[in-house]
Design a protein around this ligand. Sequence first.
Ligand code: F6P
Length: 325
Amino acid sequence: MDKLKNIAVLSSGGDAPGMNAAIRAVVRDAVNNGIGVKGVLRGFNGLIENDLIDMTKNSVSNIVNVGGTILYTARSKMFMTDEGRKMAYQNCLKNNIDAIVIIGGDGSFRGALELSKLGMNVIGIPATIDLDIACTEYTIGFDTAINTAMEGIDRIRDTSTSHVRCSIVEVMGRNAGYIALYTGISTGAEEILIPERKESAMIASIITRLKIAMKKGKRHYIIVNAEGVGNSYELAKELEKETGIETRATVLGYLQRGGSPSCRDRVLASMMGVSSVNALMSGKRNRIIVVKNGMIKDIDIEEGLNMKKNDIDEFVNTTFGVESK
Ligand code: F6P
């Protein structure tokens, strides 16, 4: 095995609080082990356009507590083409890059897998607020996002109770209901609508339950709606029209994705960053760093991407300590 001389690190896809902590750990651990590090700007776009910067231990000072990503991020359309990937690979060779650490979600790892097929060694670090990567129990950013959303819902609950209203709070998650599930449970929401269970959004049954609850004397009715389920403003209009109960919708939006990372996100991101460098130093190729049964491990990237997310029922059961049948 040739000695590892230079690696690159990039962030890709939607940003997530804790990405900076992961970048910092990769840079510091690599440099401490005599490995040069380049930072690639704007995800795979930077690799295609040869937009790389030298990273030192100082260039990652004062970022462990900062949201977003100092390397910027993108969802690169060009990288989805053969031509784009070849250009990216050529730039890796030009910069003497032996391996790339890719911090991002499922889509970014699919891109990384294609790059590995051209001969580049890739290591993925899972980061997305959506928690929707099948091979890992944890993704960087989820903890911060759910705490931000939870605080938002708590506030909406105060005003909702004061006015005796129904409130729909839309949280992020185009294809995944984990943010809705966690924030709904932690705020005692009356309804949680998630894309994995389309039937959760059956309007007729929501109307019935809403009417019964208010009749019984409830002073608010909180519906946490994952963005992938449907338009919250439309739903609010329809519920108000059908029940006569004042209903308001709030879309929490991008404020869930920004902000200073939680302690859990900072620690896990740091551990995953160090693990990625360790994996490379021990000669591993094409891996994803994952949390499995609470432990940090690495698995083959292709194997990881072929995994399917557990059925949401099983997720709820294992998360909340109920045995699956
Ligand atoms: O980061 C994940 C996510 O927040 C999804 O929940 C959401 O659907 C998507 O990103 C939106 O991101 P953008 O508008 O940046 O494409």
